[in-house]
Design a protein. Sequence first.
Length: 445
Amino acid sequence: MRRRSPRRRGLSQSDRVSGPVEGPSAEPATGVRIYTVAELSREIRSLLENSFPWVTVRGQVSNLSRPQSGHIYFSLVEDAGLGGTSRISAPQIPAVLWRSSAARLRFELESGMKVLVTGRLTVYEPRGSYQIVAERVAPEGIGDLQLAFEQTKERLRREGLFDTARKRPLPFLPRRIGLVTSPSGAAMRDFLRIVYQRYPEAWVRVVGVRVQGEGAAEEIAAAIDRLQEPAAGVDVIVVARGGGSIEDLWAFNEECVARALSRSSVPTVSAIGHEVDFTIADFVADSRAPTPTAAGEYIVADLDDLLERLASERLRLGLGLRRHLERRRALLDLTASGSQVLKNPQMIVEARFELLDRMGEALQNRLYNLLRQWDDSLFLLVSRLDGLSPLSVLSRGYSVTTAADGRVVRDARELNPADRITVRFHRGRARASVEETESDSGAGP
């Protein structure tokens, strides 16, 4: 870059001697111009911007700040390994990355990072200091996309999105498959061809999305979310794309795609690019296929191969069962040759009948003994009850007298003359009226 010589703003010595300097800020006696602070700042700014319209500076990021405005402020410090100066005395240049430019960064700008900053020099007039207004920031020694890939990969790895423990096995012979890919790409054609060739009964639901460019990552993430809904009814989700550069495959390195794969309730397969291509989606998905064609072979078993294996297993099972029965039959014959019971199974039946007869006789004898014991106990209880019965007392000539209200009269003092009473005998009753009562106080209670 050619550096233009700055324009002279003052007057030459001959001009100052030959005549007075015009202008309100000039001193007629000496011809020296006096600037205001704002005027000098504007002059310096004009000089810098005209002399350095576009510069690229190598340095190390320091004093990084990200206010809520979205702008990024930092300083570029001379790398001690380049300039040979100590870090304490190393020169530095303030820099600003406006929000519109910061939004285009693919990677996370960090303190201590060695970068190449491209932009224009200007003067920040309120402080009178110069700074670089950065238009592009790139990591030194590595592409910005590669650095963004490594940063995202490490952050998600620390969160556990790549852990083997969270990987789920794919279903055996899935009947309903969800495919997220470009509807016009070769990846879709290759995948469908191999799937239907191997398993014609399969059903594939294709959700067409953009697979590169602005907004492609958001479309891919939304399609993954849609396919894991119960209404979709798929058994596995495949995210596929053909090969390409890191820029072409970048949508599958975006964090939104990685998080959609991680929260999927349906097992997922990543089939991005060729065998040597790796994306963040490959690390997060439950399984990775090197190509879309390989994904179809991996997910769906060949139906002819399955039928052949089934016939082979059926034959092997039949032979094994036959050998097992032959061994058991031989063991039974060997046992029966030395056993009288096995030679004559009727002996078992007869022995059981004899045992049953003996048990029946024992039960019958015990039952008759219990009945006799119950009869004796019942007779004894009846005899005792009969002795306590008032009817038995009445049969010996006694009677029971009750008052008109039904009370049993035990004492003559309970009655008054003219009271109606009932007298019960062993057989029958008599009703009478009391004519006179006598109290026998010495007869006891």
